[in-house]
Design a protein around this ligand. Sequence first.
Ligand SMILES: NC(=O)c1ccc[n+]([C@@H]2O[C@H](COP(=O)([O-])OP(=O)(O)OC[C@H]3O[C@@H](n4cnc5c(N)ncnc54)[C@H](O)[C@@H]3O)[C@@H](O)[C@H]2O)c1
Length: 265
Amino acid sequence: MASLAGKVAVVTGGGSGIGLATATRLAAAGASVAVVDLDGASAERVAGELDGLALQADVGRSDEWPSIVEAVTRRFGGIDLAHLNAGVTTGESDITKVTDEIYARATGVNVDGVFFGVRAVVPAMAARGGGSIVATASLAGLIGFSPDPVYCLTKHAVVGLVRSLGPQLGEQGIVINAVCPSIVDTPLIADMREVLESSGFPLIDVEAVSTVVVELLGGDASGEAMVIQAGREALPFRFARPPGPRAGGTVGQMPPKEFAAHDQA
Ligand SMILES: NC(=O)c1ccc[n+]([C@@H]2O[C@H](COP(=O)([O-])OP(=O)(O)OC[C@H]3O[C@@H](n4cnc5c(N)ncnc54)[C@H](O)[C@@H]3O)[C@@H](O)[C@H]2O)c1
């Protein structure tokens, strides 16, 4: 494992599952770790074990992010790495039964939590000359996933954000990637564990995910969506190019730069 001595990392959802495994791996590589979790007791426990900083916060609330960045900067001097990982499923496959509350919770944690997180940590990283962000998406961010369509929606959003920001954040020395695991053996799937196991569905070990996250955090790749499947090496997903317009020379062409400002007048 490459040394991350002197680096400062923020891990959301660091109190359990994938976030806990990443926080532990980052600390083992020498990083100072801030463990952010809605569950303050879990954050305290994990941070206590890692000599890190525990922060109880709801990542889906934009007003909590300035204090997260301020607390980490006060304790460790800045931010270099962020694993924006906190996430929830809805447990509802029937779209007509997805209440406003269920929808708001899933989009709040999974989408708003990543967007607010990126927006908050980028200036802090830029102030240190660069940084690295990994968002936890899901294989459900790359495929249709009928058991939980709203979860699928949120994870596609994360993948789209990461792919859009990859080239752009590079100008500030910041890389950003997504991990897209299939089903991982964490408390999130505890109620389905027996069903999955008895069906022979191969669960991914949490350490396999944290290994990829920490490699990405220490690497140069950007804008990638890494597929993680049980028993095989992680690989960047290759998106098929959609058909271009039926006009010569425009296949694969992006709109001109000025297009970015088209609706801001
Ligand atoms: N477990 C899987 O099969 C699987 C597969 C693909 C992707 N993922 C994604 O991995 C990420 C981590 O999931 P996990 O499996 O480790 O789950 P987990 O339930 O073990 O951990 C999630 C953590 O996020 C915290 N959290 C929830 N809402 C929060 C909020 N609003 N603010 C701050 N913290 C909050 C929880 O308290 C918990 O500690 C999620 O984004 C999930 O969608 C999980």
